[in-house]
Each structure stands twice: as C-alpha cells, then as structure tokens.
Design a protein around this ligand. Structure first.
Ligand SMILES: C[S@@+](CC[C@H](N)C(=O)[O-])C[C@H]1O[C@@H](n2cnc3c(N)ncnc32)[C@H](O)[C@@H]1O
Length: 253
C-alpha cells in the first residue's frame, strides 16, 4: 500500500514535470528548454532578453530551419552562410565574422555563458553578420535543410577521453552523413583538436565518409597551414602547455 502510494505520487507529480522540462519527443527532445529553467541565470535570461535579436533559444532556432538567411539575417538567399559549432567565448567567431563581412556566420553553443559571451563579443566588434543559437550540436540536422550551409568550423570539441564516454563524441558516422547533406557542394569542414586520440578517431570517420580529406597535420603550428591559422581561446591554452594541435580540412566535392 505504502509502495503503491509512492508510485502514484511519482506518476502524478514528478513524471509530468520531467515531461515538460524535456519535451517527450520530436525536435529538441534531447535538450532542457530555456523556458523551463527554474532559476535562469543572467546569461539564460539575456538569451531571451537583451540579446534576443541576435541570439536564439532552442525553440526559436528550430523555426529558422531552411530560412536562416531570409528570416534570421534578412539577407539574400545567395549569401554564404557559415557555421561554427561550439563557439566557446567567441574569439574565433568574432574574428571570422569581422574578417568575412560578405558572409553570414551562425554559431551553435549549448551553454548559456559562452553563448552570450560569443554574441556580445561579436556585436561589440560591429559584426551585424553574426547570429548564435542555443542547440545541441549532436542533433544539428534538426536546424537545417539540405544544402543550406556553406563552410563549417569545429574547433576543440569536447574530447570525451574516457573509454565509456567516447560514444558522446560529436564526430561519428551519423553526424558526418547529416552534415554532408546540409552543406553545399564544394564547401569544407575545418576540424581542430588537441587530443590525438580524438583526432585519430575522427580521421577514421572522415575517411569513411563522403567527404574528401584534403589537409591533415598532427602538428598544425609546424605545418604549411600555420600561417593562415587563427588561434582560438582553447588553442592558446594548449599551446602554452606545448601540446601539438591536430588539424584537418575535408571537402564536399
Ligand atoms: C572546449 S570548448 C572550445 C571552444 C572554442 N571552439 C575554442 O576553440 O576556444 C567546447 C565548446 O563546445 C561547447 N559544446 C560542447 N558540447 C556541445 C554540444 N553538444 N552542442 C553545442 N555546443 C557544445 C561547450 O559549451 C564549449 O563552449
């Protein structure tokens, strides 16, 4: 009787709560929705408030699928749209947007603080061609129509070093197949990581995918690609520790 009461109480109170916090199925079912945060931090509130014109929560982001250029950027359909996945505090994001004023740049970031830091940095630098969305990059295909994207930048994604956690790595067969279909012909993916283990893992997936692997180095800063490279925030941290940076650029063509 006592156990039945506990189960009944759980079903009536906790279960519906969990279902509203994480949507049960469909798009962004894998994410906690910003609107359901019990106590939004300054950063979570800023996403829907101060920065709402340039930063989108997960529910708004999905509405732009297939219409990023026209709806989010009010730009012509033929303007290139690049994507940075996991922007961190936005140094590369701002560099890219400010040095490619003729292109649009969308960032995808899961955590509120780096997301706001990123868009704030870009706006302070006058980058009107930049937008950011809160989304889980593992489900990136929910955000784009086929061939909607130009170039994609993935710099220092979480390496998930422990054997039991490697399944969380962003680079895998499904992710690359999906990303490939979302990019236009002739475009590339740039991938950098400090983790040699992750790099070797990623290279196996890149080589088995439909991408054409063109540039590969396990020591970026002593390679022919060093001159055109921009050091990201995490890259600087690893370089100070004398860790070599692994780099590849793969093409859809
Ligand atoms: C190690 S940091 C690298 C930041 C930046 N790219 C750099 O090089 O300085 C990884 C970033 O990816 C974000 N991130 C991790 N998992 C993510 C996911 N599934 N979707 C979107 N962003 C994610 C983290 O919040 C973090 O800001």
């Amino acid at each position: 009787m006592f156990v039945n009461t506990i189960i009944f109480n759980y079903c009536c109170s906790v279960q519906p709560l969990l279902e509203t916090i994480y949507m049960k199925s469909g798009p962004h079912s894998h994410m906690r929705l910003t609107k359901n945060l019990p106590k939004p931090t300054y950063y979570a509130a800023a996403l829907n408030g101060e920065f709402a014109q340039h930063a989108y929560n997960e529910e708004r982001a999905i509405e732009f699928c297939g219409k990023w250029r026209s709806l989010a950027f009010s730009s012509p359909l033929d303007q290139p749209l690049d994507l940075e996945i996991g922007t961190g505090n936005g140094f590369y994001f701002t560099h890219h947007a400010s040095t490619h004023k003729d292109r649009l740049l969308l960032g995808i970031e899961l955590k509120y603080k780096p997301l706001i830091q990123t868009i704030r940095r870009a706006l302070r630098a006058g980058c009107e061609n930049a937008r950011i969305a809160r989304y889980n990059a593992n489900f990136i295909w929910e955000l784009f129509e086929d061939e909607e994207l130009n170039n994609v930048y993935i710099h220092f994604p979480d390496p998930w070093i422990k054997k039991s956690k490697k399944k969380n790595r962003l680079i895998n067969t499904k992710f690359l197949n999906q990303l490939f279909t979302k990019q236009k012909e002739g475009m590339f993916v740039e991938f950098k990581t400090d983790s040699l283990d992750y790099f070797e893992w990623a290279m196996e997936f890149f080589e088995a995918s439909s991408y054409r692997v063109e540039h590969v180095t396990r020591d970026l800063h002593n390679s022919e690609f060093a001159e055109s490279n921009f050091e990201t925030h995490f890259e600087k941290i690893f370089l100070k520790q004398n860790i070599k940076i692994n780099y590849t650029k793969v093409f859809k063509s």
